[in-house]
Design a protein around this ligand. Structure first.
Ligand SMILES: Cc1cc2nc3c(=O)[nH]c(=O)nc-3n(C[C@H](O)[C@H](O)[C@H](O)COP(=O)(O)OP(=O)(O)OC[C@H]3O[C@@H](n4cnc5c(N)ncnc54)[C@H](O)[C@@H]3O)c2cc1C
Length: 474
């Protein structure tokens, strides 16, 4: 086939130009390029892209389109069935090769296979999202890892990924096929416009991702070991949505983190990137991870159907300050600190005995970093039913967690302003505060701020007993 026949670069969760193996290989093939993004709503309803992710995608595509245009390229946007669109475009343009990155999401893998099977020319599927291909990291017996530490050690023993590829400076564009208008995809909220906090917090796109990474690595990584568990302040990188959409690659971050001396902070940061890798690996080997407990006996948990409690949790009105602060941070900026994600998840699953899948679905809709693998892997981890799960008897006490990790109360005060004037000694358990302390702070429990929706000690006992029954039946 002539080298004038175009090559399609099918962008997915790798919305960047640097360190993009598929884009790079397409350029090396010497063909005119046809960059393409398809909004394929093939995911099961439950996993249709959430509102916060749609907001992010809109802005990320805007940024990618602009970066491509600056180099002479043109991003074609299409919405619909990937196989039908690819067949149509290949037919119209005579495209001879297709280059794309991979995904661990089960339906994305099915779509990818169907597209590859239906494409007439050569297809190259490359790794653009994770550090290593999931099949590269296997146990000595050739199986999949089910426990994080040996998995992470096996990754480290590989000696790190290859250095990242530079972004192309110029792109030879093919004549673009019909494209749709991003603005017509309705990815942004209409009325009410709930995205103000997202706009104030984030800069989606490759440039925003790189700026955030540089700032974190330069200023915060040294203190990361100590600061990363404190939800107030900028102790962590906040790179997760950029990583999820592939605006920066894990490979780039790995190598950037190894510049200069990173100390303990670097070691832990790399281990966090490996948690992401581990989750992707789990989903690769267990496609039902988002739905079903890996430890099957947990399917028999006597979960409670308590819609008012679920709604109180979602709205940040449980009466437990650190939980409410986390849930309100999530609603406001589409992101929640990792320590608080663990606390709110433990509270929902254990103190309220509401199925982890309910929490997982709420996070899916509201997180800008909603990621099928990391979300389901972590929910299962907290529930105690996943790979390498936290022991079932570890039930976070949200009061003690608050006192330990938000000792000055800055985090709770920021997101639960109705408690802002309460003394730090009482802030994490206002129901135990003396009447005069509440009055001085203007807090009227049950009026200005809720009473706790569950008695923490009784909720803990109920969960322990249910978990013990399940364990003995397993
Ligand atoms: C119940 C629950 C649900 C979660 N859902 C998601 C999700 O949908 N998407 C998501 O990206 N993360 C999820 N996490 C993991 C973690 O909370 C976020 O990745 C982290 O808070 C992102 O903040 P950061 O970028 O500042 O992290 P940093 O501390 O700066 O870490 C750097 C990167 O490492 C990765 N990472 C860190 N911790 C984890 C972890 N526990 N699991 C997987 N990757 C990790 C992330 O990509 C992160 O950006 C979840 C955790 C819990 C407990």
């Amino acid at each position: 086939m002539s080298t004038n026949a175009p090559a399609i670069v099918w962008f997915r969760n790798d919305l960047r130009l640097a360190d993009h193996a598929a884009l790079n290989a397409a350029i090396e093939a010497g063909r005119p390029l046809l960059p393409l993004f398809i909004l394929d709503e093939a995911a099961p309803d439950r996993w249709a892209m959430g509102g916060a992710s749609r907001w992010w995608l809109h802005h990320s595509l805007t940024s990618l389109r602009q970066s491509l245009a600056e180099r002479g390229g043109h991003l074609t946007l299409r919405r619909g069935d990937s196989v039908a669109i690819m067949t149509e475009i290949a037919g119209q343009t005579g495209a001879a090769e297709l280059f794309t990155g991979g995904s661990a999401d089960p339906w994305a893998r099915r779509v990818e296979q169907a597209v590859a099977d239906g494409f007439g020319g050569k297809v190259a599927r490359m790794r653009t999202s994770t550090l290593f291909h999931p099949d590269l990291v296997r146990t000595k017996g050739g199986g999949a890892y089910g426990v994080y530490t040996p998995f992470a050690n096996a990754c480290l023993a590989l000696g790190g990924p290859k250095p990242p590829l530079p972004a192309p400076t110029e792109i030879r564009a093919a004549k673009p096929p019909r494209s749709e208008r991003l603005e017509d995809w309705d990815l942004l909220p209409r009325k009410p416009d709930w995205a103000g906090g997202l706009r104030d917090t984030w800069t989606p796109g490759e440039t925003g991702a790189m700026e955030r990474a540089e700032a974190f690595l330069e200023h915060a990584m040294r203190g990361y070991a100590a600061a990363r568990d404190r939800p107030a302040g900028d102790g962590t990188s906040m790179l997760s949505p950029h990583l999820h959409f592939g605006e920066i690659s894990a490979v780039q971050l790995w190598h950037m983190a190894h510049r200069g001396s990173g100390g303990k902070g670097r070691e832990i940061f790399i281990r966090e990137l490996l948690w992401r890798e581990f989750c992707a690996n789990l989903l690769w080997h267990h496609p039902d991870l988002p739905e079903a407990p890996l430890k099957r006996e947990f399917a028999n948990m006597p979960w409670r159907d308590d819609k008012p409690a679920l709604a109180a949790w979602q709205q940040g009105r449980t009466g437990v300050p650190i939980v409410d602060a986390g849930m309100r941070q999530l609603w406001r900026i589409g992101w929640m600190h990792n320590r608080v994600r663990m606390i709110v998840a433990s509270f929902l699953i254990k103190h309220l005995m509401i199925p982890w899948q309910e929490g997982e679905a709420w996070f899916w809709d509201t997180l800008v970093d909603a990621d099928l693998a990391s979300n389901s892997g972590n929910w299962q981890w907290v529930a105690g039913c996943g790979a390498d799960a936290a022991p079932y008897f570890r039930i976070f006490n949200p009061v003690l967690q608050g006192c330990k990790f938000d000792a000055d109360g800055d985090y709770v005060r920021q997101f639960v302003p109705e408690l802002a004037r309460l003394d730090s000694r009482h802030l994490h358990a206002p129901w135990q505060a003396p009447a005069d302390a509440l009055e001085a702070a203007g807090v009227r429990l049950g009026e200005t701020y809720p009473n706790p929706i569950v008695d923490l000690a009784a909720g803990r006992e109920r969960a322990l007993s249910a978990y013990a029954d399940i364990r003995s039946s397993g």
